[in-house]
Design a protein around this ligand. Sequence first.
Ligand code: 4AD
Ligand code: MG
Length: 431
Amino acid sequence: MGRIYIEDLDKHIGKEVTIHGWVYNKRSSGKIKFIIVRDGTGLLQCIMVKATLPEEVFETFGKLTQESSLKVTGTVKEEPRAPGGFELEVKDVGIIHIAHDYPITPKEHGVEFLMDRRHLWLRSTRQHAIMRVRHQIIKSIREYFDSNGFVLIDSPILTPNAVEGTTTLFETEYFDLGKAFLTQSGQLYGEAAAMAHGKIYCFGPTFRAEKSKTRRHLTEFWMVEPEVAFNDLNDNMDLAEDFLEYIVSSTLKHKSNELETLERDTTYLEKVKKPLPRITYDEAVGILKDKGIDFEWGGDLGGTDETVISEQFDKPVMVHRYPAQVKAFYMKRDPDNDKLALALDVLAPEGYGEIIGGSQREDDYDTLVERIKEHNLPMEPFEWYLDLRKYGSVPHAGFGLGIERTVSWICGLDHVRETAPFARMIYRNTP
Ligand code: 4AD
Ligand code: MG
C-alpha cells in the first residue's frame, strides 16, 4: 500500500495503514500509551496497548522524543474526541530518527527566540495553519485572475529605476552597466504588458529598503498587481472589490479549520461582499477631524490614521483621490482638481491598514515627462515607459495587493512577521 496521509484517513476506516511523521507529543496512562503524530497534513492520536503489543514494540514508546521521526502502522478507528476525529490502534512502530532536545517545547517562548528558530517554528500548529491560509489566498488570487481573462506576466526583479520613490531602493552593482535595483513593484512592466494583452497581472517578490520597524512592514514581500487597458479609476475600484470578495470568501470556504485553529473571529470577514464603501481622501480627513485627530489636509495617512478610518466601517473601505503631492509620479491627476491624484487605497477593517494601493495612470506623454522632472527622476531609464504614451496611449489603471498584509488581516495576526515563511525585516535576514 502507498503512503497514507492523516488528512485522508476517512477513506481508510477499519483498515490497517502506515503513517509517516513526527512525534508531536506523547502521554501515558498506565498500560496505555498515546503518541500524537503529525505528518504535515494533520495530527493523529496513536494508541499503544501493552496487552496487545509485543514487548519490543511497546518499549519503543520510551525512546520517542518530541519531533523524532517515525512510521506507525495500525488500524484506523473513528473517535470524535480525538484531534481530527480518528485514532490509530498501533500494531507496529518504526523509529526513523531520534531528535535530541528539540528547542521549541510546549511552554511559552518569546517571539525573537522563535523567529531565530523559524526553520523549526514552521512545524508548530499555529504557524502550520498560517502557511496553509497563505497558500489558499495565493491560490484564490490566481484562480480569480486566471478565470477572468487576465494573462500572467512575470516582471523583472533586477531593474534600472525606481517605481515607488527613491528612498526605499535596494541597489547592487550590475557589471559594466552601473547600478541595478531590486524592484519595488512590477507595475511599469505590467502597463507595457496591458498594452499587449489588455488585462494582465504580475505576481512576485518585491523589495523596499523600509526603515520602518512597524508591524506592517517587511523589506521583502509578495505583491500581486493587475493592470487593465481602458479602465478608469471607477473600473479599478469595481475590480478591487470583486477581487477582494472572491479571495476572502474562498479562503473562508476552504480554510475554516485553519482559521478555527487560529481562533479567528470571522464575523467581519464574512461581511466582505460587494459593494464596499468608497470615500474620498477629503471625507477621510473629515472622519479624522471628527475623531479629534489633528490632521492637516495634504499629508499621507499614517498607520494610526488608517486604523481610525477603517474602524468606522465593518468592511474594507476604499479611499480615493489623494493629494497628488504624496503619491507616485505615474498617477493621473483628477481632471476636476489638479491637486488630486486618481489614486486608490483599500484599508482593511479591524485596524489592519492599507492592503491595496493603486491608481489610474497618467496616459499623456507631455504631462508624464513633466511629472518625471518634478519628482527629480532621471529621464533615460523611463524612455521605454514613455513610449507607451507615444504609440496608442489609452486610459488604464491597476493596483497592487500585498500578500503578507492580506494574510495578516485574514488570519487576525498582530504582526506581518508570521505571514511569510522566512520574513525579511530591517533588523532580520536570518534564518
Ligand atoms: O501602495 P504600494 O506602494 O503600491 C505600489 O507599489 C503600486 N505600484 C501598485 C500598483 O498600482 N500596481 O504597495 C501596494 C501594496 C500595499 O498596499 C501593501 O499591501 C503592500 O503592497 N506593501 C507592503 N507590504 C509589506 N511590507 C511593505 N514594506 C510594503 N509596502 C507595500
Ligand atoms: Mg501605498
